[in-house]
Design a protein around this ligand. Structure first.
Ligand code: BGC
Length: 749
């Protein structure tokens, strides 16, 4: 009480003194205000970003220019220094030009949310992983995804996002498959473009990565991807091309690996011929962390900025400029691109302002995106949606399904609030190489939706014991997971930790078994016929359990479609085993021994002889049956397709109707594929467009799509250009790459 009174007295005193000082200020003559600083010419927002960048460049000294070309380490892990002190302690920082009012570039990883927030005592929302966002096939959800990331980065004080992963799923065992957008370049490119627009709408520099063909983690720092230019342009590079030309990211991150002999970050064909000249990319190329390998060569190839170190782009760069080995004009162009990007995205006009994010709004976005991303793979006898009124007992089975859901690791890792759900409560930071479970409990979500039922939980560590609790329950829900992380490929596509056996035993004990998968990659399913239902929930984000609960109990009708084919077995993949660095180490991303660093990262080749046949294009061409095809996903309602017409034009018009023939409202991803003339020598079909259509029961909607000419073209290596092969084009329309009821053929030339 006494303390309270004292506080009140102090507050009153402070208010009184404040008022007195303000009042006195009004009476006492003020010293003359210092003359206002002239506003620098580059702050004139009516000039173009290029003009503004040039105005700054003219004022810069050589040292200031060099400082723009490299980072100053990884502030998160480094000691505090004068250079990194102004940073926000993310993974990268470029000092800017304080003398001219050009801010530092403060970078954070942000694949599915802002990284390392727990480390810094901050909050960030974890969205479902990239592959989940891709399975929504929803461009507006992708924008919202990016915008949330941009907003939370800005709130935390960052102005550059390191996200935008769009490497194609050439190798589904790639430990980063969860970060990426699937196996099709048009789907992946379109979605990443929208996501980047979302990030940059918050005045945060967006990047797209890892350019290019960084499609496996084993030996990722130095393997040499061998691929024809045509196949590269029509597959992995097409995803980047769409992302770059439509999303306008201010930055592109070149990857660690080599491509046809040269490291990506010093590969002139990739960086200059294709990216900067052909795609007219006006932004800057930043190396992956430690991915720079030279000074003159990299600079000439088109690398603008070295991260996170400054081995090649600091002293050595200055020496090369002073000795005339690098023309000043080349250096200036790199600096210009970085400044231009800063003006174009608005990080100079809209300085960072920290603010408190609304975690509930974040959870809401994360849940809604997950709801539209969940893919219903199987639903026999309409076991789903569950009817809570009829359930008396439910068995919930699976590792940690009582407390949380798994997340993807590596530099993408978002720290969960309060820390890892399976670790003792701590600061909230996470550790590299550790499975992180977000505290979103499937058990609680299920219990909340079936308040009248007895819900029993078993971890599944003993499959026989789990089967015993499943037996006789009205429903048995098994949560199975596959953890993935940067730095390591999956040893195989089989579920680890004996989960295949667990599912088989539980499904044998209970005919109403529902399997919920939390995976980043496709998995093989030796048990596929046994459970009544299978749901792919991916890495579901901060509010994953509520999203899964809403789908299982039917308040949300699933509408996701697979962005990656689920093969029957690894023997059916283009590469049944991953090409490993010599001598075969475990699935490790670095060189097999420290010696190899010293010897200069010896190249070993990963030959992409399947070429353009990535994902479904491979299975189609090789006539290999699959477990679940690309573009596939069930709903609680049903749809029919009718009335296809195709009108040749510069942009071919494809019109058709979709009808909801069931009793529930839903959203159908209507997919359009094209089969090119035989003389084009292409796989049987390719995705050229889609539309996610919301339909009430009985509602019919007409959809018209205009197809980009490039999506119907081939890349002609001899002409070094895209060309349309004259001939018959067949358009196929339907709800999955293997269920295409509508077909029409037209002649194009
Ligand atoms: C990853 C990048 C990441 C960077 C910074 C690298 O190891 O490949 O994706 O942005 O580290 O953390």
């Amino acid at each position: 009480m006494e303390v309270l009174v004292k506080c009140k007295v102090l507050v009153s005193l402070a208010l009184y003194l404040g008022a007195a000082i303000l009042g006195a200020g009004a009476l006492v003559a003020q010293p003359a205000a210092p003359p206002a600083k002239p506003v620098p010419a580059w702050m004139n927002a009516s000039l173009s970003p290029d003009q503004r960048a040039d105005l700054v460049l003219k004022e810069m000294t050589l040292d200031e220019k060099i400082a723009m070309l490299h980072g100053v380490g990884m502030p998160t892990y480094d000691k505090l220094t004068i250079e990194n002190a102004a940073s926000n302690r993310g993974v990268g920082y470029c000092v800017g030009v304080p003398r001219l009012g050009i801010p530092g570039i403060d970078m954070s990883d942000a694949a599915y949310g802002v990284r390392s927030s727990g480390e810094n005592g901050r909050y960030s929302t974890a969205l479902p992983s990239g592959v989940a966002a891709a399975s929504s096939w929803d461009t507006e959800a992708a924008y919202e995804y990016g915008r949330l990331i941009g907003t939370e980065l800005r709130a935390q004080g960052f102005n550059m996002a390191l996200g935008g992963g769009v490497n194609l799923t050439r190798e589904p065992r790639n430990g980063r498959t969860f970060e990426y957008m699937g196996e099709d370049p048009v789907l992946a490119g379109t979605l990443i473009a929208r996501l980047i627009e979302g990030v940059q709408s918050a005045h945060v520099i967006g990047d797209i990565k890892h350019y290019a063909l960084n499609d496996q983690e084993s030996g990722r720092l130095y393997y040499d991807a061998q691929i024809s230019k045509r196949a590269a342009r029509e597959s992995d590079l097409l995803a980047f091309e769409i992302g770059v030309t439509r999303g306008n990211p201010a930055a592109v991150m070149c990857s660690y690996n080599r491509v046809n002999g040269d490291f990506a970050c010093q590969n002139r064909w990739l960086l200059t011929d294709v990216l900067k000249k052909d795609w007219k990319f006006p932004g800057f190329v930043v190396s992956d962390w430690g991915g720079t390998h030279s000074t003159e060569k990299a600079s000439f190839a088109g690398l603008d900025h070295e991260e996170h170190s400054r081995v090649f782009y600091e002293k050595k760069y200055k020496e090369a400029v002073e000795a005339g080995r690098i023309p000043s004009s080349e250096m200036d162009e790199h600096v210009h691109r970085i400044l231009r990007a800063m003006f174009a995205v608005g990080i100079i006009d809209n300085p960072r302002q920290r603010f408190v994010v609304d975690p509930f709004a974040g959870l809401d976005v994360a849940r809604r995106i997950e709801e539209s991303s969940i893919v219903l793979l199987k639903n026999d006898r309409f076991v789903l949606p569950l009817d809570s009124a009829r359930l008396k007992t439910i068995a919930v089975i699976g590792a940690h399904a009582d407390v949380g859901m798994i997340s993807g690791g590596g530099s993408a890792q978002v720290d969960p609030v309060g820390g890892n759900a399976i670790a003792p409560p701590g600061q909230g930071a996470t550790r590299w190489g550790q499975e992180v479970w977000f505290p979103t409990s499937p058990l609680k979500a299920i219990q909340a939706r079936a308040p009248g039922a007895t819900v029993k939980y078993d971890s599944g560590s003993d499959p026989a014991a789990a089967a015993a609790i499943a037996k006789g329950a009205d429903a048995a829900i098994v949560f199975a997971y596959q953890w993935e992380s940067e730095g390591k490929d999956l040893a195989s596509l089989s579920l680890a930790h004996n989960q295949d056996d667990l599912i088989a035993k539980v499904a044998a004990a209970n005919p109403r078994t529902i399997v919920v998968l939390e995976t980043g990659s496709p998995v093989t399913m030796p048990w596929v016929d046994a459970p009544a239902a299978i749901v792919e929930a991916w890495y579901a984000g901060s509010d994953g359990a509520n999203a899964v609960g809403n789908v299982l109990f039917g308040s949300v009708n699933p509408s996701g479609k697979l962005p990656n084919t689920f093969p029957r077995s690894e023997a059916d993949l283009p590469h049944p085993t991953i090409t490993m660095p010599p001598p075969a180490s475990q699935h490790f991303s670095g060189p097999a021994s420290p010696d190899q660093w010293a010897k200069g990262l010896p190249p070993f080749q990963v030959t992409y002889d399947e070429g353009v046949k990535v994902g479904y294009k491979w299975y189609d061409a090789e006539k290999k049956p699959v477990l679940f095809p690309f573009g596939y996903g069930l709903s609680y309602t049903s749809y029919s397709y009718s009335g296809l017409s195709v009108t040749p034009a510069n942009k071919v018009k494809v019109t058709f109707a979709v009808t909801n023939t069931g009793a529930r409202a839903g959203a159908e991803v209507a997919e359009v594929y094209a089969a090119l003339p035989a003389s084009a020598q292409e796989p049987p079909k390719r995705l050229v467009g889609w539309s996610k259509v919301k339909l009430e029961p009985g509602e019919k909607r007409t959809v018209t799509l205009e197809i980009e000419p490039k999506y119907l073209s081939i890349f002609d290596e001899a002409k070094d250009a895209w060309t349309l092969v004259p001939g018959e084009y067949t358009f196929l329309v339907g709800g999955s790459s293997q269920d295409l009821p509508l077909k029409a053929t037209v002649n194009l030339r």
